[in-house]
Design a protein around this ligand. Structure first.
Ligand code: GLP
Length: 270
């Protein structure tokens, strides 16, 4: 695992966007060999998306040969609802870049057969030979996508009932009214996320400090589903200083030290 510690969420966004752009350029995507990218929603990736848009407008990066797969979507809210993940993705990224519509994949939480939708999503990912780089965020309880505590660490894309914690957390987007928050979602499984060739998780803010400690210093556990990152050969966490508040000083020093050594070797050293 690599951990990159940045000053604040804006520096995290610049670092992640820059890393992604370097990866895409090194990959040299074409129509026949597109770059397949997994994407999250939430407040954590917003600075990254802003920076990607800025760099795109500068002519630094094109998304024409990028295929995206979003991690999750609520069940039962219309795509044009301001809290749907469809709406979020178009509003915060897709409307501002040159990605072809047909390259965008987001689970349909209104599909007539939700189970089939999940199976088909996995098939779509396989058809393009898997995800090259999966970006993710986490919940304060260490969940990845909507893989709530207790989810199988080898789970695939499926329907999940959301935990009370997540519903409470999300009520900030629904006039602080718990009864308005969707209770179910379609989500990539932990196994689906971990199948990506590289997984980069953004963790920012003091309210994620405990989760970061569990992921980095704790054991692999289905109660902190993102802890599965410990098993990934190319797992990266980019976090801000506030999120490191519960890590041991020794842990922070170690990762800062290897960051310096590996700065020129971003793509190789883990
Ligand atoms: C939801 C999403 C996750 C996201 C999490 C944290 O649960 N399904 O993918 O990581 O929210 O969101 P935020 O970044 O706003 O803290």
């Amino acid at each position: 695992m690599r951990i990159l510690i940045k000053k604040d969420k804006d520096e995290v966004g610049i670092c992640v966007a820059d890393y992604l752009i370097k990866k895409i350029k090194a990959f040299k995507p074409t129509k026949l060999k597109p770059f397949v990218l997994g994407l999250p929603t939430g407040s954590s990736p917003i600075p990254t998306y802003k920076e990607l848009i800025r760099r795109h407008k500068l002519g630094d990066i094109s998304f024409k040969n990028i295929i995206t797969f979003n991690m999750d979507e609520y069940v039962g809210i219309p795509e044009n609802h301001p809290q749907s993940y469809h709406y979020f993705m178009y509003d915060n990224l897709f409307n501002h870049i040159d990605i072809p519509e047909k390259n965008i994949h987001i689970l349909n939480g209104n599909a007539p057969d939700l189970e089939r939708e999940c199976v088909e999503y996995e098939k779509e990912i396989s058809k393009v030979r898997g995800i090259e780089l999966m970006l993710g965020g986490i919940g304060a309880d260490g969940h990845i996508a909507f893989n709530e505590p207790g989810s199988s660490l080898s789970s695939r894309t499926r329907i999940k009932s959301l935990s009370y914690n997540t519903i409470l957390d999300n009520s900030r987007f629904y006039d602080d009214n718990i009864s308005k928050v969707p209770t179910k979602a379609l989500t990539m499984g932990v196994g689906t996320v971990m199948d990506a060739k590289e997984v980069l998780i953004i963790i920012t803010g003091f309210n994620k400090a405990r989760a970061l400690r569990e992921v980095v210093e704790g054991s692999i556990s289905h109660m902190w589903t993102v802890s599965m990152l410990q098993m990934h050969q190319r797992g990266i966490i980019v976090c801000d200083e506030m999120a490191t508040m519960e890590l041991k000083v020794e842990t922070v020093k170690y990762f800062r030290n290897i960051e310096n050594i590996a700065a020129d070797n971003m793509f190789k050293t883990f």
